[in-house]
Write a protein that binds this ligand. Structure first.
Ligand code: AMP
Length: 508
């Protein structure tokens, strides 16, 4: 095993491991992978990567279903000093062509069923292709099984790249966020402390591992704490309810919580063994927070982060977890709210652009120096694109993405304010407020509302309920009642899809 002290995330994760036999990962089929097994498997795979020509600093792109082998590929890539580039499993060949062309990996790992199509794209940038299926089988693991587990972890500096994660890019092309070894290690270590993770924790890992939440927050935090995780291929409410009897923590997107609330098995009793429920990646409705507390006796701990910055803020472990707030800046992270135009810092409770600075913040966008420059202030703060405020107790609140701000008749309308009013109405489950092109107002405020089955919620009833509660310029000009809101895999409401759907409603 490697003993060189260096800033490589792999070394920081595993050097000095005192109980190699401890359980790291448990799979549904009963397979149990110890810390020593994980390190050995990462060694085998790192040897395969090197044998395939992967050099220090090269990108290894992976579009693979969730499996322990896929997690090992991430660890092995980092260990070999290369840069891990996970790709959403939903991406089509057309989309992959952009990512592979842009990142120019030297190796692409994909499902055996996709090897032919991806092979053609990979060939254009001279990348080799290996396969890895959902069952963990493929050319990559076949070769790894024959390789030596001995591998000397490649020394890396704090600022050297460990991963590139492409942002989901709902406007324009998605950008590759360059994350360093220290970005990842420092953030996970800080979360271990903030959330009180110890070796006694058992995390239910039900998130995808192509995204920062499941790959870094869930996996790195567990491994740094020497805890263990139960690795689920996907979110499965029945299974999660059962597993809670012997687990201690769950990390989820808000939809996990709304869906678990629909499960009759969710109760104080079924969650008795659990220590912590964490939510992030999208806003958790205050109502969901309250319902969860009432049903289980646990207050969900909401935190806020993004691909570019890792985690920025978190509600406290000890202390009030405020529904609708994302908590305090993590240790070492500075958060401020500024006027989006001038960049001037705003007073408490004023809504503006959220900016962050700290060891968690990425190194810039891959091959986009101009874009990188324009997203940072001169004093090093990153402009997140999220609008929000800091209240008088220091809790950060997010009111939405800057690009979702509605400007109607020259006035700023913050969707969250109107959504909160609508969500509080009887019979309403949730809502999304968008701006739609309008000849007179520039944008017309439009509300899309989901209600409980059988609830008598209509456009007229919503408008009546809002009348007198909101300034006229904030009042929706139209309200649409729908069955559900479009969401991506991380539970984010896709307002760009709603804007397209309703684009012509005010056309003359
Ligand atoms: P991603 O890069 O996919 O992780 O998306 C990051 C974005 O998700 C942030 O910029 C926020 O807009 C949103 N987000 C993450 N966590 C939260 C949260 N707890 N509440 C509200 N929005 C969130």
């Amino acid at each position: 095993m490697n003993t060189i002290a260096n800033a490589n995330l792999f070394s920081r994760l595993f050097d000095g491991l005192d109980e190699p036999g401890r359980l790291a990962i448990e799979e549904l089929d009963g397979a149990r992978i110890s810390y020593a097994d994980l390190i050995a498997r990462a060694g085998q795979m790192a040897n395969v990567l090197v044998a395939r020509g992967v050099k220090v600093g090269d990108r290894v792109a992976a579009q693979t279903e969730k499996s322990v082998a896929a997690l090992v590929l991430y660890l092995a890539t980092v260990r070999a000093g290369a840069v891990y580039l996970p790709l959403n499993t939903a991406y089509t060949l057309n989309e992959l062509e952009y990512f592979i062309g842009d990142a120019e990996p030297s190796l692409v790992v994909c499902d055996p069923a996709k090897a032919e199509g991806i092979g053609k794209i990979a060939a254009k940038v001279g990348a080799k292709v290996e396969t890895l299926g959902a069952d963990g089988k493929g050319s990559l693991t076949e070769a790894a099984a024959k390789a030596s587990p001995e591998f000397t972890t490649v020394p890396r500096g704090n600022d050297d790249l460990a991963a590139i994660l492409y942002t989901s890019g709902t406007t324009g092309r998605s950008k590759g966020a360059m994350l360093s070894h220290d970005n990842l290690a420092s953030n996970s270590l800080s979360l271990v402390g903030y959330w009180g993770f110890t070796k006694d924790d058992v995390l239910i890992h039900a998130l995808p591992i192509y995204h920062t939440h499941g790959l870094f927050v869930a996996s790195n935090v567990t491994l740094f704490a020497r805890a263990s995780m139960i690795f689920l291929p996907k979110f499965d409410p029945d299974l999660i309810i059962k597993l809670m009897a012997r687990a201690t923590a769950l990390m989820g997107v808000p939809t996990f919580y709304t869906r678990l609330l629909q499960h009759p098995g969710l109760s104080k009793e079924s969650t008795r063994h659990m220590r912590l429920f964490i939510s992030g990646s999208a806003p958790l409705l205050a109502d969901t927070h309250r319902e969860w507390s009432a049903r289980t006796g646990h207050a969900v701990l909401e935190r806020y982060g993004m691909t570019e910055t890792n985690m920025n803020t978190s509600n406290p472990y000890d202390g009030e977890r405020v529904p609708g707030a994302v908590g305090f800046p993590l240790p070492g992270v500075s958060v401020r709210v500024t006027d989006p135009e001038s960049g001037k810092e705003l007073a408490r409770d004023e809504i503006g652009m959220i900016e962050v600075k700290g060891p968690n913040v990425f190194k810039g966008y891959w091959r986009m120096p101009d874009k990188t420059r324009s997203e940072f202030r001169d004093d090093g703060f990153f402009i997140t694109g999220d609008l929000g405020k800091i209240d008088d107790k220091g809790y950060v609140h997010i009111v939405g993405r800057g690009k979702d701000l509605v400007i109607s008749g020259g006035f700023n309308v913050y969707p969250k304010e109107i959504e909160s009013e609508i969500d509080a109405m009887p019979g309403v489950v949730e809502s999304a407020v968008i701006g739609v092109p309008h000849a007179d107002f520039g944008e017309g405020v439009t509300a899309v509302v989901v209600c409980n089955k059988g609830a008598a919620v209509t456009e007229a009833s919503v408008l009546k309920a809002l009348d007198g509660r909101l300034a006229k310029f904030k009042m929706p000009k139209r309200v649409f009642v729908v069955d559900e809101l479009p969401r991506n895999a991380m539970g984010k409401v896709q307002k760009n899809i709603l804007r397209d759907t309703y684009a012509k409603i005010f056309a003359k």
